[in-house]
Write a protein that binds this ligand. Structure first.
Ligand SMILES: [Zn+2]
Ligand SMILES: [Zn+2]
Ligand SMILES: [Zn+2]
Length: 218
């Protein structure tokens, strides 16, 4: 199997904040403005169709990064890299440490775990040769669905000084004392929605399909 590492983020089309694309997802959520963004299959196809062939020509550890202005403004980093443990950086030996059907890789050195799953059908048909995904959660899975909202904080209504409990679900809140509609300031909003760190994730390609896609180009 040929492994490629991806790290990508787009600019939110509504508010320009960065949104990390941390796995093969067709829906993304902007942490700043809470918009749901569609990331359709044909965008994945345009983006990744030729990547496996390119990665097949890379030496291990070699990569490429680009800024793309297309359907989205995005930064995209990819390279020839085997999945590695996030904690201790040890490479997984995918030939020996993964058996088909497994949903987690466990690092033999430090015990930390990483999800792994079969590439979903829509992804495998958009991106020829894609077989496995590692370091990302399945669409709608635990991490992707996890709420990023932290515990409620108190905020004083700028109009009447009444104490409001803000839980971060709505940016525009109505003061329960005076009825004023309060738009929460950036610093408060950002403290409720801390920026997530970018995540590297990995796709395992069928080497033969990847090699064929280079030959097609010649
Ligand atoms: Zn946004
Ligand atoms: Zn480890
Ligand atoms: Zn008020």
């Amino acid at each position: 199997m040929l492994w490629a590492m991806f790290e990508m983020s787009i600019k939110c089309p509504r508010c320009d904040s960065p949104i990390h694309v941390d796995g093969p997802y067709r829906k993304l959520r902007c942490g700043s403005c809470q918009s749901d963004i569609d990331f359709p299959e044909d965008v994945w196809k345009d983006l990744l169709e030729d990547v496996s062939g390119e990665v097949a020509g890379f030496k291990p550890g070699e990569g490429s990064s680009s800024n793309i202005f297309g359907h989205f403004n995005m930064t995209f980093l990819y390279g020839a890299l085997t999945p590695y443990c996030r904690e201790c950086k040890r490479d997984f030996d995918m030939e020996n440490e993964y058996t088909p059907g497994q949903t987690e890789l466990t690092c033999p050195d430090c015990g930390s775990r990483m999800p792994v799953f079969k590439a979903p059908d829509w992804f495998a048909s958009a991106v020829p040769g894609a077989r496995l995904v590692a370091g990302a959660w399945p669409e709608g899975g635990y991490e992707q669905g996890k709420s990023e909202v932290s515990s409620p904080v108190a905020y004083s209504c700028p109009q009447c000084g009444g104490s409001l409990m803000i839980d971060g679900t709505e940016r525009l809140v109505t003061c329960e004392y005076c009825g004023t509609r309060v738009y929460l300031p950036d610093d408060l909003w950002l403290s409720l929605h801390p920026a997530k760190k970018k995540n590297r994730w990995f796709v395992g390609f069928d080497r033969k399909t990847a090699m064929e896609s280079i030959e097609d180009d010649e």
